[in-house]
Design a protein around this ligand. Structure first.
Ligand code: C2O
Ligand code: CU
Ligand code: CU
Length: 508
């Protein structure tokens, strides 16, 4: 794929686009019916996103996430309501910003539950377009997983219900997954963290936990959240602010000598977070689906692709008065016209040392007994590619495909046998990175091949999302334990919403 092709994309007719497909700030238009996503601005070459129109207020204390309250009195049952609704908040001085939210919160409320719990969450859709709630990474039954084939109409409600198996402790999230509308609903504010806890968590409780939901926001000068540009639909949208728990460059306090356990979620549509903490290393203890077998200390940086999560231990040095910055280092993901994120370091959060020293708390060397999934008895291979879309609303736009196809909710692309160990190979033949995500289970990456060099994965980890860099091939082992239809897709949400997605049917 290539710069030359890209330059052409503006030529063809986006006239229809302007009128039909809602998606604009009010979302009041009818849901689009075409097979292409609703580019919400004409496909002419857009200028790159504006630099911040004005700085947001930095330096507020990091806010704890608001917890979704459990309304059930029955032990082992978590019951609550999520309301998909618009809500306004003041971000820029003198202007109000309308978000689309869960329960009027950005990010959405924290869902904090235990392994073994039965979760009953009622979704009330007060938006003017359809939505769903998808439980990203959780092993919930397919019909409870908010697939695009199961939309909740505007004004409608539905109950999602599932029981979390023992062994599922980890750091998950929830977000909408309606056909073609996911990207917009997420960039307008709909995403929240979901933690499944173990009753026997090996990490000492004396290691204080901090939750960091990293999201992206683009604001126009009037405080509104603008629609996607044609460039965004190609590259994936990056905003002009990166927020942590909804705040711009907040401050997190740590005591000298103290260790903290950070659970970090990349809830952005398309931004890659190459995380580093100045003057400190990080110890990786967990990935998407839970803890590693043992800690991996001494990391200078961790790449968190969209939708990925990590758990890290951060230990403060002994000198009070020190401070540090959690930042996203430049990362070139192969997008076009986005020199910004490929070359700029973005501060996310300030770590400020207090004056009270804390005693060090040791981390156990054995965290989790991850069993190797075993020897695969069948294989699957998927190819990512890009090409110019033809005709319709996609005319002249680059399209991103899996096995040469664009998503069709009525088509089954792959079939798996329940409980069979499979080896999947994902080959990226495009010049842009794509984070691959599979619903309903966690997989174990086996190897990654770049430029003909294969690196075996150094440790076992449970993941539901893995970055497949430009021209890279990633191999993982996986088992699906429940019957029914599962989605797999690129988690650059603009690509997902444009059809870089397929349906896996798990059969007996
Ligand atoms: Cu984060 Cu198909 O989902
Ligand atoms: Cu998912
Ligand atoms: Cu992609």
């Amino acid at each position: 794929m290539d710069r030359r092709r890209f330059i052409v994309f503006g030529a063809a007719g986006g006239i229809a686009v302007l009128t039909g497909c809602g998606g604009g700030a009010g979302g009041a238009g009818p849901p689009p019916t075409g097979t292409a996503p609703p580019p919400t601005s004409p496909p002419v070459p857009n200028p790159p996103p504006a630099t911040p129109v004005s700085p947001l207020t930095a330096g507020q204390p990091l806010a704890d996430l608001v917890r979704l309250a459990n309304t059930s009195a029955t032990p082992g049952v978590f019951a609550a309501t999520l309301m998909a609704q618009r809500a306004s908040k003041s971000m820029l001085p003198g202007a109000s910003t309308e978000f689309w939210t869960y329960n009027a919160l950005v990010p959405g409320p924290l869902i904090d539950v235990f392994e073994g719990d039965t979760v009953r969450i009622r979704l009330e859709n007060r938006l003017s377009q359809e939505t769903t709630v998808h439980w990203h990474g959780l092993p919930v039954p397919p019909e409870q997983d908010g697939n695009p084939m199961d939309p909740v109409a505007p004004g409608a409600t539905r109950l999602y219900e599932f029981t979390l198996p023992v062994g599922s402790a980890g750091t998950y999230w929830y977000h909408p997954h309606p056909h073609e509308l996911t990207a917009e609903q997420v960039f307008r504010g709909m995403a929240g963290l979901l933690i499944v806890r173990s009753r026997t968590d090996p990490v000492p409780a004396a290691i204080e936990e901090k939750l960091l939901v990293i999201s992206d926001l683009r604001l126009a000068a009037d405080g509104s959240i603008p629609a996607n540009t044609a460039m965004d639909w190609q590259n994936g949208r990056e905003g002009n602010y990166v927020l942590v728990n909804g705040l711009y460059r907040p401050v997190l306090t740590i005591n000298p000598g103290q260790s903290q356990r950070w659970r970090i979620l990349n809830a952005t549509n398309a931004r890659y977070l190459r995380l580093s903490l100045t003057g400190h290393t990080m110890t990786l203890i967990g990935t998407d689906g839970g803890l590693l077998r043992s800690p991996v200390p001494g990391l200078d940086e961790i790449l968190l692709a969209p939708a990925e999560r990590v758990e890290v231990i951060v230990t403060a040095g002994l000198s009070s008065q020190a401070s540090a910055v959690l930042q996203a280092l430049p990362y070139n993901r192969g997008s076009m016209g986005m020199m910004g994120s490929a070359s700029t370091t973005i501060p996310l959060l300030t770590l400020a040392y207090s004056s009270e020293a804390a005693a060090a708390v040791a981390l156990p060397s054995a965290l989790n007994s991850i069993a190797d999934l075993g020897v695969p008895t069948t294989t699957k291979r998927l190819v990512f590619s890009s090409g110019m879309g033809m005709g319709g609303m996609g005319g002249g736009m680059m399209s991103f495909l899996i096995d040469g196809k664009s998503f069709d909710p009525a088509r089954i692309d792959l079939t798996s046998r329940v409980n069979e160990i499979e080896q999947w190979t994902i080959e990226n033949r495009s010049s842009m990175d794509h984070p691959f995500h599979l619903h309903g289970t966690q997989f174990q990456v086996v190897s990654r091949t770049r430029n003909g060099v294969t690196a075996t994965e150094p440790y076992l980890a449970w993941r539901d999302t893995v970055n497949v860099a430009a021209f890279e091939t990633v191999v993982f082992n996986v088992v699906q334990h429940q019957l029914g239809k599962r989605m797999y897709h690129c988690h650059i949400l603009e690509h997902e919403s444009q059809g870089m997605m397929g349906v896996l049917d798990v059969v007996a």
